[in-house]
Every structure is written in structure tokens, then in C-alpha cells.
Write a protein that binds this ligand. Structure first.
Ligand code: SF4
Length: 340
């Protein structure tokens, strides 16, 4: 292309956005793995604990050792976290993974703000045991710091059996703190899990992690989230999952319906068109003007799960003290529609 044409074209391009805050830090990150499908970058953050102000979640603080998640679940709502770094195509979230630096030192400083009874949730917007953890060990470093403290309330959410690497460390933390391990399983169907959660470990491996953690003295249960309408919400499939959780020694199981923010709909709807075309129209109608399904659907799932927990002998006391049947903001109670 002649230089004059290239120059004219460059004049037509919008100016690059001025990057501030986390977007500026991400842009300065150093590539740790060029040439691989997934690229890792350093992220020199200023704090590790984030205060969560939503009244609808049971925790006050969150920790995400990484930004982005290689497991690439089609329904993932956390893709928006890359938008803060000016990466808006949704796919960067699963291909550009940011590794937080100086985690132990930051955590030590940040913990001074945490009051008694305030729960800290690890892995709310990225999986703390995704493949990056094998290489960079940020979650491990964080847990080693927690092992030096007492009286904290901690929860970890993961889809990975890599957590078993830290079983002994978790047991030590649980001796002096309240610790729950929430293993996410959306379906027992391996084929379905492979297309919904392409790079996450198989569901049977996750169940095995639940079993081994409990055997090691670490309290672990299952979160079935999201329940994907028309795909994973068959009552027989949920019944099988609750039974399998019980048989694996899981202490509790909860479920939450899918919600679709625009950033997750951009990935999920094309997935639906490819794999479940008969559901597309229904989804478009239901999620067109809001991210949540109606309260009636959420209540149906909630009642079904309560009945299944009773049927399979889950302790009511454990259920009552654990996470309510929503880890996420709830839809308006006024939205009453029948669906699916
Ligand atoms: S494991 Fe969690 S954070 Fe990672 S892609 Fe799946 S839903 Fe998103």
C-alpha cells in the first residue's frame, strides 16, 4: 500500500482510547508466554482484596488471583472484567490471562481491613485453579498467607481438581478458620460439559475432588451454577447430580439459574445457535431486555433443589448455614412469567 494511502487510512481510524487504572496496568503487563494460544501477562495490582457491596451475596470481600479464565465456559458472566481493561470481544477473557503480582504481601496488608465475620470469597470472577495456577502458583501463595491467620471466614469456588494439590494446606487453614470449598458442577454429562465448559476438568474429576477434600477434613460441597434452561435443568439430571454429590460425601449442594449479561450473551447466543438452535428464539425473548430469568423460574429451581436435598439426605442445618439459593443478584420479585 502506498505510504500516502496508509497515512490517509490511519487518519480515518479512531484515536486509541486513553488508558487509565486497571486498563493502563494491563497494557503495561509483560507477556509471559508469547506464541501459545493462551498468553499470560503480569498484572501489578495495588490490592488483592476487593470489597463487594452487593446485598445479595453472602461475602464481603473477593479475591481473584488471576484476571481472565482459560476454562472458557460459554455462559461465563465474568467476561466483563476484561472490559475494564479495554478488551471487549469476550474472547480475550479466555486467551489473555493476567497474573497478579506480589499477592502474599498485598494480602497481608489488605487483611488489616477485614472485620470479624466478613467472609472472603476466592474465585468469583476467575477460576483460582485454572491451568495458569500450575505455572504461577498465585492461589497457593495466597493460601500460604491465610494459613498464618486465624478466625477468618473463607470460601473458594472452583471447577478444578487441581485444588487437591493444596489439600493439606487447606486442612491447616480449616483448623483455625472457617473454610468452605465450593466445587462448581453444572452437569454430570461429560459430552455436555465439554461443549459448555470446554477446558474445565471433567465433572467426575470435580466430584472426586469433593470426595477427597472431605476425606482430608476440608468441608466441600457443590454449586450447580448456572442451571442452563432447556439444557441442564431436566429434573432427572439434577436429581442425579444431587445424588452423586451425596455419594461423594459433599456437605451441601445449591443451584442458581443462568443470568446473561450482554458480555456473556455475546458468546453464549452464538454457542446456542450452533449447538441448540431450537432454543435460540426462546432465549432471545427471555433475555432480550434483562439479564435474569423471571422469579417464577428461580423459585421452581429452588423448590426442586430443596426437595432433592431432602430426598438424598442432606443435613438441613448445613444447608441453612451455607450459601442461599443465589450467589448472584436476584431478579425482581415482580417478574412473573412461566418459561421453559
Ligand atoms: S470457570 Fe468460572 S470464571 Fe472460568 S470461564 Fe468458567 S465460569 Fe468463567
Amino acid at each position: 500500500m502506498p505510504a500516502s494511502v496508509a497515512h490517509s487510512l490511519s487518519l480515518l481510524e479512531p484515536p486509541a482510547p486513553r488508558l487509565v487504572g486497571i486498563a493502563r496496568l494491563a497494557a503495561a503487563g509483560e507477556s509471559l508466554s508469547e506464541g501459545h494460544d493462551v498468553e499470560y501477562f503480569t498484572l501489578p495490582v495495588k490490592s488483592l482484596l476487593n470489597r463487594c457491596t452487593s446485598p445479595h451475596v453472602p461475602f464481603t470481600w473477593t479475591i481473584n488471583p488471576y484476571r481472565g479464565c482459560e476454562f472458557a465456559c460459554k455462559y461465563c458472566y465474568a467476561r466483563y472484567t476484561h472490559e475494564f481493561m479495554e478488551m471487549r470481544d469476550g474472547v480475550d477473557f479466555e486467551r489473555k490471562i493476567y497474573v497478579k503480582q506480589q499477592a502474599a504481601w498485598l494480602l497481608r496488608q489488605d487483611l488489616k481491613q477485614v472485620k470479624r465475620g466478613e467472609e472472603i470469597a476466592i474465585g468469583t470472577a476467575t477460576d483460582p485453579y485454572q491451568p495458569a495456577e500450575r505455572r504461577y502458583g498465585i492461589t497457593r501463595v495466597i493460601l500460604e498467607e491465610f494459613a498464618l491467620h486465624a478466625g477468618l471466614e473463607l470460601g473458594i469456588v472452583t471447577k478444578s481438581n487441581l485444588i487437591l494439590r493444596d489439600a493439606e494446606l487447606l486442612r491447616r487453614i480449616a483448623e483455625k478458620n472457617q473454610l468452605y470449598i465450593n466445587v462448581t458442577i453444572t452437569t454430570l454429562d461429560v459430552r455436555l460439559a465439554r461443549i459448555l465448559e470446554p477446558r474445565a476438568p471433567r465433572p467426575d474429576l470435580r466430584l472426586e475432588a469433593v470426595r477427597k477434600l472431605n476425606e482430608a477434613g476440608v468441608r466441600a460441597g457443590v454449586i450447580c451454577a448456572p442451571v442452563v434452561p432447556g439444557i441442564t435443568d431436566d429434573p432427572r439430571a439434577l436429581d442425579a447430580l444431587v445424588r452423586a454429590t451425596r455419594e461423594a460425601g459433599g456437605r451441601y449442594i445449591f443451584a442458581n439459574p443462568l443470568f446473561l449479561k450482554p458480555c456473556s450473551a455475546a458468546i453464549f447466543l452464538p454457542f446456542l445457535e450452533k449447538e441448540f438452535p431450537h432454543l435460540v428464539e426462546n432465549y432471545r425473548r427471555r433475555y432480550m431486555s434483562r439479564a435474569f430469568l423471571p422469579a417464577s423460574y428461580r423459585k421452581r429451581i429452588s423448590s426442586l433443589m430443596a426437595a432433592l436435598r431432602r430426598k438424598h439426605g442432606f443435613a438441613a442445618r448445613e444447608a441453612a448455614t451455607r450459601i442461599p439459593e443465589s450467589h448472584y443478584p436476584l431478579p425482581e420479585e415482580t417478574q412473573q412469567l412461566a418459561l421453559f
